[in-house]
Design a protein. Structure first.
Length: 535
């Protein structure tokens, strides 16, 4: 769930290493780098171009040492090329879609003449899954399924292309919409078997249920303000349709991006589940540093914010698995009784505690923000408090994305890192936004290893943080409701926004204040159970 950088294409090997080094040199967090079609030998899937990547296994190992995970693209089109093992295996075993006469159907895609694996056949899915080991064993961490509608250069596949459909012969009309779904399932199962870890698969084509196997993005967009605006309702609709892990090509895939557009898009991307910058060949570079120091600084700020908020986002994704509620939500999902939110599609909730109202129009340095009824809202940047049920004008120069936290909100945070797992996290920070009047809220925090399936057998921790205010007393109760995962926090740091208490007690004993300037903060051990703040 960290930041991901992609381009068509980072090749040769030297160019990919330059990109990797720049992120670390410029203090911009990044977890994932992508390899587009040019890493392959003549666009043959499951191969490497030995001229561009002569030492790809050493390269992947070196990048892993820098904290990077490498995701490689795989298209379904298999080059028609006798002697190429994938083609030969598929042909020998009748693994390709055919015409009505049973002859393998041929169209053109990137490798030229190509055949299409018949993913409606379980045997083909198993074969495709087995081939994922070719990449995984070399050090690839995830797979990007593209062109899997399936796409073709010589027009759409004819309706009468034949598919096995697990023994119930049918044609392309029936299989077209599930072709990408079956490919994603095969890819997921292959990586899972090879690694025994949660697979990362990203797919362009999908169907109902694909979210079990892959994340999706909104496809080849353009570097246009209109496309940034369009992305918000697209992502919200995907979320409430079951696709919680989704995103866009940040900055736009086609056309040349601009500094302003990239910064505003990064501000949105920092709050989407999939945070991936991707651009097309021949378009200008749009890495976070590609323009000028001001743009680089803004992008660094929001990418680092993303990493600080990772425990909050991870909690949302845990909730998504158990409840179906997505990470990026239309306001109407949380505020169904507020008719003012029904037509709003340029603001969204990130989980239940954070409202984001990004600037999505060129040249704008302020915008109207609607704050839903039923809560007070705190400006994340200024800590100003606003009643809900009103429109406000928020000044938003280029380095400011309007963000509001619901009163009573508790936001777990980590220190910024260059990549997920760079440091062992022994302290959890809780960013607290107390009620201005009487109120009570509860936040449940989830913790597991982030990689394996052990959580399904119960290996995870749960923490409850309960915030209460009555009169001039604020009370915070800490409880561990489940302790079944070995890595535990040693301490909790609390940041209390908007108040400066006269008295501060931890389990009845006077506590030690760390900072009482702009924010009141303190740290307690993992055994603390009750905190009292009197003011």
């Amino acid at each position: 769930m960290g930041y991901q950088q992609s381009r068509w294409s980072y090749a040769p090997e030297k160019r990919l290493q330059e990109i990797a080094n720049n992120f670390r040199k410029k203090d911009i967090p990044c977890d994932v780098l992508y390899l587009d079609i040019d890493y392959m030998d003549g666009y043959r899937v499951f191969t490497w171009d030995q001229q561009k990547f002569p030492n790809h296994e050493k390269m992947l190992d070196r990048l892993k040492g820098q904290g990077y995970k490498i995701v490689t693209i795989i298209d379904p089109g298999v080059k028609k090329d006798k002697g190429y093992s994938i083609y030969d295996q598929g042909l020998k075993n009748n693994y390709f879609a055919t015409d009505r006469d049973g002859i393998p159907y041929v169209n053109r895609v990137w490798p030229g003449k190509a055949l299409y694996p018949d993913f409606s056949n379980q045997a083909v899915r198993h074969w495709w899954a087995e081939n994922q080991k070719i990449l995984v064993n070399h050090g690839v961490a995830g797979v990007w399924n593209d062109m899997n509608e399936p796409a073709s250069f010589d027009g759409p596949l004819p309706d009468d292309v034949q598919f096995n459909n697990d023994g119930r012969l049918t044609d392309h009309r029936e299989i077209h919409n599930v072709y990408g779904h079956y490919m994603s399932k095969a890819t997921y199962e292959g990586i899972k078997t090879a690694t025994n870890k949660r697979p990362f698969v990203i797919t362009r084509a999908s169907y109902a249920g694909t979210q079990k196997y892959a994340t999706v993005w909104t496809g080849d967009n353009q570097s246009l303000w209109e496309h940034l605006r369009m992305s918000l309702p697209m992502l919200m609709n995907l979320g409430i349709s079951g696709f919680a892990f989704c995103g866009t090509d940040v900055g736009g895939f086609g056309f040349d991006c601009t500094p302003e557009l990239l910064s505003r898009w990064v501000q949105v991307g920092a709050f989407t589940a999939l945070f991936r910058n991707h651009s097309s060949a021949s378009m200008r570079d749009q890495e976070p540093w590609a323009f000028d120091e001001k743009t680089e600084s803004i992008n660094r700020k929001y990418i680092k914010l993303r990493y600080r908020l990772l425990p909050y986002f991870y909690d949302i994704m845990h909730d998504e698995e158990t409840t179906g509620l997505p990470m990026i939500r239309p306001l109407l999902l949380d505020y169904q009784n507020d008719e003012n939110v029904y037509g709003i599609n340029d603001e969204f909730m990130s989980g239940s505690n954070i409202l984001v109202a990004p600037v999505v129009e060129q040249g704008k340095t302020a915008r109207m923000v609607y704050l839903p009824k039923g809560n007070r809202w705190i400006d994340y940047w200024t800590k100003a408090v606003f009643d809900g049920g009103q429109y406000i004008v928020k000044n938003a120069p280029l380095d400011v994305c309007p963000i509001y936290v619901k009163e009573g909100g508790i936001i777990p945070m980590y220190p910024a890192q260059n990549y997920v797992g760079e440091k062992k996290i022994s302290q959890l920070t809780l960013d607290i936004y107390p009620f201005t009047g009487k109120g009570e809220s509860c936040y449940e925090h989830y913790q597991d290893d982030g990689e394996s399936f052990d959580y399904r057998s119960g290996s995870y921790n749960l923490y409850d943080f309960i915030l209460k205010r009555s009169g001039n007393l604020i009370e915070i109760n800490i409880s561990k409701t489940r302790e079944a995962y070995g890595e535990k926090y040693q301490s909790f740091k609390f940041i209390i926004n908007g108040i400066k208490p006269l008295e501060f007690l931890v389990d009845g004993q006077t506590g030690k204040i760390e900072n009482d300037d702009d924010q009141f903060s303190f740290t307690v051990s993992n055994t603390a159970k009750k905190i009292d703040l009197k003011f």
